[in-house]
Design a protein around this ligand. Structure first.
Ligand SMILES: *[C@@H]1O[C@H](CO)[C@@H](O)[C@H](O)[C@H]1NC(C)=O
Length: 289
């Protein structure tokens, strides 16, 4: 009796740990590789996904689920060394001609020169809301967490928990906001040397191919839409319970300060300050902050 109790209590942490591993993200469950003819791979029992790019093709994957709002984290480690000309896109998108989209794109660079993190938001087929950033670390040296919080009030892009961009729901002043179309997660690694690095001046060095980007620790606190029904309840007013408090999450004052720190020190392009783009005047959301 006593000894079997000892054995059990010794085993308990092991059992708990293995349950946790079992429920950890598994790329086999959540994603499908959609193109690239073997250049994308799921490895380590589903814990790691890699995308490959060579002269003949890039590769990509997409989520099995469609989400209507969520807080979605993914860890990425980007193409190291001379990644000039390559683009790693990681985004949410719906379908159709009036699609919604929330974008992270990582534009590669020569060894030692900084990646650009490009962001954009499309509502009903219209984008033109680019903001670009340098990062405060080398995104090829290790995995970092890139997150999208998408709830009915706002979209927040974060890097390692630091918000870099907030796109608010300003429908009240006529800015369309993505909130009616479910989106899938997509990612791809492809060649964009006609524009990506220094505006297309630096070409992809194919002698460095194949290029590889790495993904792990996907986590989604999200409302999954299946057959028109949201796992969070009514689509238009999903219920906010303790388990999905992200549905009403906003930036607290510390996060606001972090966001301002990023904007001041790392933002390199903002559509809201690019007067050439908008000869007829800036989009309404630009006149607020
Ligand atoms: C690449 O490095 C150059 C030089 O530092 C920089 O101007 C550029 O913004 C970097 N990123 C891209 C994607 O071109």
């Amino acid at each position: 009796m006593a000894s079997s109790y000892v054995v059990l209590s010794l085993l308990m942490p092991v059992l708990v740990a293995s349950l946790m591993v079992a429920s950890a993200s598994n790329f086999y469950n959540d994603f499908d590789i959609t193109w690239g003819d073997g250049r994308a791979k799921i490895l380590n029992n589903g814990e790691l996904l890699t995308l490959g790019l060579d002269k003949a093709s890039g590769s990509g994957f997409q989520s099995r689920n469609e989400y209507l709002f969520g807080k979605i984290d993914m860890q990425l480690k980007l193409v190291p060394g001379n990644s000039a000309g390559t683009v790693t896109a990681y985004y949410l998108s719906s379908k159709g001609s009036t699609w919604d989209e929330i974008d992270f794109e990582f534009l590669g660079n020569l060894s030692g020169d900084p990646y650009i993190l490009h962001t954009n938001v499309f509502s009903q087929g219209k984008g033109n809301r680019e903001q670009q950033f340098y990062l405060w670390f080398d995104p090829t040296a290790d995995f970092h967490t890139y997150s999208i919080l998408w709830n009915p009030q706002r979209i927040i892009f974060s890097v390692d928990g630091t918000p870099i961009r907030e796109f608010k729901n300003l429908e009240s002043i006529g800015v369309p906001f993505p909130k009616n179309q479910a989106m899938r997660i997509y990612s791809s690694l492809w060649n964009a040397d006609d524009w990506a690095t220094r505006g297309g001046l630096v070409k992809t060095d194919w002698s460095q191919a194949p290029f590889t980007a790495y993904y792990r620790n996907f986590n989604a606190n999200a409302c999954v839409l299946s057959n028109g029904v949201s796992s969070c309840g009514t689509n238009s007013s999903p219920s906010t319970s303790r388990t999905n408090s992200w549905l009403s999450e906003e930036l607290d004052s510390t996060s606001q300060e972090r966001l301002q720190w990023v904007r001041k020190n790392y933002m390199i392009y903002n559509y809201c300050t690019d007067a050439k783009r908008f000869p007829q005047g800036f989009p309404p959301e630009c006149n607020l902050s």
